[in-house]
Design a protein around this ligand. Sequence first.
Ligand SMILES: Cc1cc2nc3c(=O)[nH]c(=O)nc-3n(C[C@H](O)[C@H](O)[C@H](O)COP(=O)(O)O)c2cc1C
Length: 362
Amino acid sequence: MLEQEKAEFRSLTEMVQRARHRLARGEWDYLVGAADTEASLRRNRAAVESWVFKPRILNDVSTVQVESELLGSPMRIPVILPPIGSVQAFDAGGGTSVARAAQDFGILQILSSACSPDYEAVAQGVPGPRIYQLYLVGDNAWMDDHIERAIAAGYTGFCLTADTQVYSRRERDVLKGYVPMSGRTATAAGDFSHQASMTWDTIAHVKAKHDIPLVVKGVMHGDDAKRCVDAGVDVIYVSNHGGRQLDHTLACIDALPEVSAAVAGRVPVVVDGGFMRGADVVKGLCLGADFVGMGRFEGLAMAAGGYAGLMQGLKILEQEIRINMALLGAPDLESLNPSLMQRAQPLAESGVLSAFPLLEDY
Ligand SMILES: Cc1cc2nc3c(=O)[nH]c(=O)nc-3n(C[C@H](O)[C@H](O)[C@H](O)COP(=O)(O)O)c2cc1C
């Protein structure tokens, strides 16, 4: 009943307002913050806002098809829930609540190894297809053991995050001495030596040894995308970690066309970074992605109301995607292409919450 009440927001603006209201300053800053000057974060948003639609008219949009499939799992909308470390800081249900919402709504979740409950407990609570993202805090034998256990627990994909070979300086956290919940234990004490020594050999090792689709997250360069596909990587994930790792990167939506051209349709391409609204998702798809990841959206929805908040957020997001596609004259995912887009001057200063200009007014 309480969950029901919490989820009664009518718009994504209200969802963000509730999240802000429920979170303490430390958790809020951990969620919305980024590395160093937060330029990568602002640039992600600025670039998403710099693309505008050139709609087509007189296409029959009485039905709009948005369903597809990823790694054998049906996807109700072309959106994936990215790995969020310490997601239990936003709602006590943590990874299990995200898993349940992903499953009940009908999309895939990538569960982070830096959150709780852990991957085996989540799989036990909510059996079903899911991808496991593992930060390496041990050698190849340690990794192999976890991959085998993930496969035994029913995971249908394995993800390595390649943009986090060292941990960045997140100034909001540094200034407050804030340590993210899961950072208080595991990868915790800051043992990044195994992440730091991850190489193309790690990819070759996983592909040679394990029968599970491999996602490489953090691809920002066409040459790396091509090398991943040549190495047998099954999903290319364009990301700058939401601006939380290397500062001053290219915006992810701007890295997308080069990556998409290098991949040339051989495997699915996911993009994340600054996507907050249905229209943003449609922009990512037009520019070459098959799926869009929405990290802070996931965290904000969880903070707004846990499982019920995420369900409600996804339902509103679906409406926005469908309405935007219909108004763009695109009856299905195949109709989305770069000819429907053009660059234009952003309307206002971009920031992590600039997708919600009415936040202060209501
Ligand atoms: C609070 C938070 C925790 C995150 N933890 C992880 C993580 O454990 N593993 C990972 O690969 N990415 C992690 N990310 C990055 C997200 O998976 C995703 O790439 C990013 O949020 C996308 O940008 P967006 O927030 O603008 O959508 C985290 C992001 C946030 C906001």
